[in-house]
Design a protein around this ligand. Structure first.
Ligand code: AMP
Ligand code: ZN
Length: 477
């Protein structure tokens, strides 16, 4: 079946046509590992996994690359606070992230490169950019000159004049254009560094994805994914770099998922309103988070509310009760019910159509719930033939490969849902509301109330951290 994807280069849904028939070169921007990932990052991972699974389900052979950013300012800052080696700190959180991915029922990517393992390729690519006239060096720092890019802004639909006019922050006077960005920067004292033709330093953020994509997928990709926040400048700069270095189109199809929001704001570490994927998994289980994320189309926003969590929990329960019922199901009747057999076929057809329609996991799940109703009504407890039962089981198995919505051991999921009920774990929504109240109290100089809130949380072993940027985060004592 033909796959249609909303391509952000054209802002249109297009028929997907990979460079090589039957094979897909797929890249997805992975997390920066300086802490546990939050459920918004979890969305990025699950959407990448959805694309990967669906393309395989549709018969493509997929080479899937998802990176880990393990060299970054935030990592260095956190490592300095902890008095820990930055690369070791990042490696620790890569391991934690891999555990979360496992709980989220994700298929492994084909390659999961880290920046620290990709330095030779990164340096080589910067050299190519300089050789091709799009990069320049000032005092051991290498910049990309956006004026030399072919069609800069073609993804985000921005133009250089508009960008220059909109520049608010102080611009580095050494740059040729205010939108020029860093490819390589010199290391400051105490920072990790690598040797390069421009001295000891480390790469800017954007170049890692260009270099990793080239290393594992070649010069032109079929599809590239990330959150909408990455479209500009990250993805725009990836295109500029790769096309300057390779003189080839970097990627034919760009797909971006929408935010997961907390209240009216994007969930993000810098805003201090995060729910970590780990805390959620410990309380509700990874399958519930997966279900929650898949039940909304990737291009629609998700608002993080108790109702959304409750609905996902009920859905997981329904799906896994059904999976357990199926395990015990055996065919008995001799004659095959042709009408029921064609119902199974029709389900597979509409389920596939939904997924082939821009990875509509929400629509596919809707089809699956209708299928559960049909099987309960017309197959389970009826004199069903061996053939019909086999067809039902096969359809469920196939859908499981496409969505990962059914765990390997459904009975264990149901047991976990029972134990999680009223487990008295920390209520992150409540903590966030307390943090909001504390912010208001501080803003209105109501110090007594601000202290009361702090103490109330402390009594539950929750410590608030007032960060330098004004955000408030929390941790368990
Ligand atoms: P980062 O670790 O910030 O580089 O982000 C890793 C991935 O998570 C990127 O694809 C981001 O776009 C995505 N991401 C970050 N915050 C959110 C959010 N609140 N909702 C959805 N995706 C997010
Ligand atoms: Zn990237």
């Amino acid at each position: 079946m033909e796959l249609k994807i909303h391509n952000n280069l054209s802002r249109k849904k297009e028929t997907f046509a990979p460079i090589e028939a039957g094979k897909v070169r797929f890249y997805s921007c992975g997390p920066t590992t300086y802490d546990f990932i939050h459920v918004g990052n979890g969305r990025a991972l699950v959407v990448g996994d959805l694309f990967h699974r669906v393309m395989k389900f549709l018969g493509y052979q997929v080479t899937f690359v998802r990176n880990f950013t393990d060299v970054d300012d935030k990592i260095i800052e956190r490592a300095n606070e902890n008095k820990e080696d930055p690369i070791k700190l990042a490696a620790r959180f890569v391991d934690e992230c891999l555990k979360d991915m496992d709980s989220l029922g994700m298929l492994p990517a084909t390659h999961t490169p880290k920046v620290s393992d990709t330095m030779p390729e990164i340096i080589r690519m910067i050299e190519e950019i300089i050789t091709n006239g799009a990069g320049y060096v000032i005092d051991g720092e290498v910049f990309f000159n956006v004026e030399k890019a072919i069609d800069y802004g073609k993804l985000s639909k921005k133009d250089l004049d508009g960008l220059q006019a909109g520049q608010r922050a102080e611009v580095d006077k050494r740059k040729k254009h205010s939108s020029d960005f860093v490819l390589w920067k010199p290391a400051k004292a105490g920072e990790p560094f690598w040797e390069s033709p421009w001295g000891k330093g480390r790469p800017g953020w954007h170049i890692e994805c260009s270099a990793m994509a080239k290393k594992f997928l070649g010069e032109t990709l079929d599809i590239h994914h990330g959150g909408v926040d990455l479209m500009f400048p990250h993805h725009e700069n990836e295109i500029a770099q790769s096309e300057a270095a390779n003189k080839k189109t970097f990627c034919n199809c760009w797909a971006h998922h929408e935010f997961l929001n907390f209240g009216s704001e994007k969930m993000s570490k810098s805003l201090g309103n995060v729910v970590t994927t780990r805390a959620f998994i410990e309380k509700f289980g990874g399958q519930v988070l997966r279900q929650l994320l898949l039940s909304v189309h990737y291009r629609a926003r998700i608002d993080w509310t108790d109702e959304v969590i409750e609905r996902a929990t009920q859905d997981v329960k329904r799906i896994h009760e059904f999976a357990v019922e199926l395990q015990g199901l055996a065919g008995t009747a001799v004659a095959t019910d042709a009408a029921a057999m064609s119902e199974v076929k029709a389900f597979m057809q509409s389920f596939t159509e939904e997924l082939a329609n821009d990875f509509n996991s929400a629509g596919a799940l809707g089809q699956f719930f209708s299928f559960i109703r049909f099987v309960r009504r017309d197959v389970i407890g009826k004199a069903a033939s061996v053939e019909l039962v086999a067809a039902v089981k096969e359809a469920v198995e196939k859908s499981k490969l496409a969505l990962g919505h059914i765990a390997h051991d459904p009975a264990a999921i149901l047991a976990a849902l029972e134990t999680n009920k009223g487990s008295g774990d920390v209520d992150e929504t409540w903590i966030q509301s307390m943090i909001e109240q504390r912010k208001t109290a501080k803003a209105t100089k109501d110090w007594k109330r601000a202290d009361e809130i702090r103490d109330e949380l402390k009594a539950k072993n929750i410590v608030l951290l007032d960060n330098k940027d004004g955000s408030i985060t929390w941790k368990m004592q």
